[in-house]
Design a protein. Sequence first.
Length: 374
Amino acid sequence: LASLAGAPLVGCAAAGSAPGTADAHGCATAPAVITATGAHQAGIATVPPSYARWLAFDLVAGSDRDAVRRLMTVWSDDIVRFTSARPSLTDIEPELATDPAALTITVGFGPDLFTKIGLEAARPTWLAPLPSFAVDRLESAWSDGDLIVQLCAEDQLVLAHAARLLVREATTFATPRWVQNGFRHRDASAQPGRTMRNLMGQVDGTRNISPTRDSDLLWVTGQPQWLVGGTSMIVRRIAMNLQTWDLLDRAGREASIGRRLSDGAPLTGDSERDLPDLEATDALGLPVIDTFAHIRRARSDNPRERFLRRGYNYDDPPAPGAVDNAVEQFVPIQRRLDELDLLNTWTTPIGSAVFAVPAGFEKGGYLAQSLLEA
Ligand code: HEM
């Protein structure tokens, strides 16, 4: 792949059955301290700050349920400390942990973890790799994993320090599998109501679910019982071919999405929040929003086929040589985009991973306690 840039698209969706809380996507400035404890893990419904990192781990052979229980106990304590600007118990650089920087740390479990620790019966049925799509060029180096940790913060040093400690404390239980860094337009976290732009220059994230109004789409309320208050997380690493994108004129770029580059308004509207008119035709009788434009292909008439998008950009150099559940909410959209989406000419999914994200924990408790002590 000749791409230098891309976007990890992270989707969160409920994975149980019907009706949880939070703030509208991008509609509030991220506060400096985001409380880690509560009904849901932080870092899902909270405003995405400027930087993110995903750390996927594989369990070390022989790690059993008790090992995971110990790791969750240690990590839960770390999470509460780091997010409230206190060093972890084993921190030998405590000065690096004194700025909360809107840090959130969110933990999820991959499909194989359940088999490896003898809890196969507790694995949600949807928790498996996504079906393969024709556009996929997935590489195992950026896919899957037994555990995921998502760190988000306004300060890269705070984020990197917390990440390093979490990796170090996991050493005897789990080893890093892949790491994905991401960044967002600072405008979007600093100014209420602003939508970020991606590296293709597009306003990205306009039509998204609201964690408050659409909470039933976000939080698990049914089965499995241990996941109630949790959610599911799909991480897609998508390479953008910016070299060929650069060759396209502005009209072509706008047509591929169906929105204006200047302000993100649909090609049939005046401002970003206007609803696209998919029926509108031009003087020649052709649709104003192309038949295969991304916003036409990505929208759904099924109100359940929606999920929270938390997109981030990345600009790593190319590698050498190279719902009711998550599946029900995400796959139909990805399938439609797979069949036909103008954006496919410049974008290629190269990493994919699915995780179950347990509910939040309270002071004195720890992540996934009801699963691990059942
Ligand atoms: C690098 C790849 C991608 C880029 C650059 C991209 C960019 C965009 C942009 C600019 C918009 C319009 C503004 C907005 O409503 O946010 C949009 C909308 C959307 N995208 Fe993507 N997208 C990508 C991949 C995907 C994938 C893989 C999915 C899901 C499988 C997806 C799902 C959606 C949805 C659901 C919408 C809102 C559609 C609507 O209701 O109007 N996108 N995307």
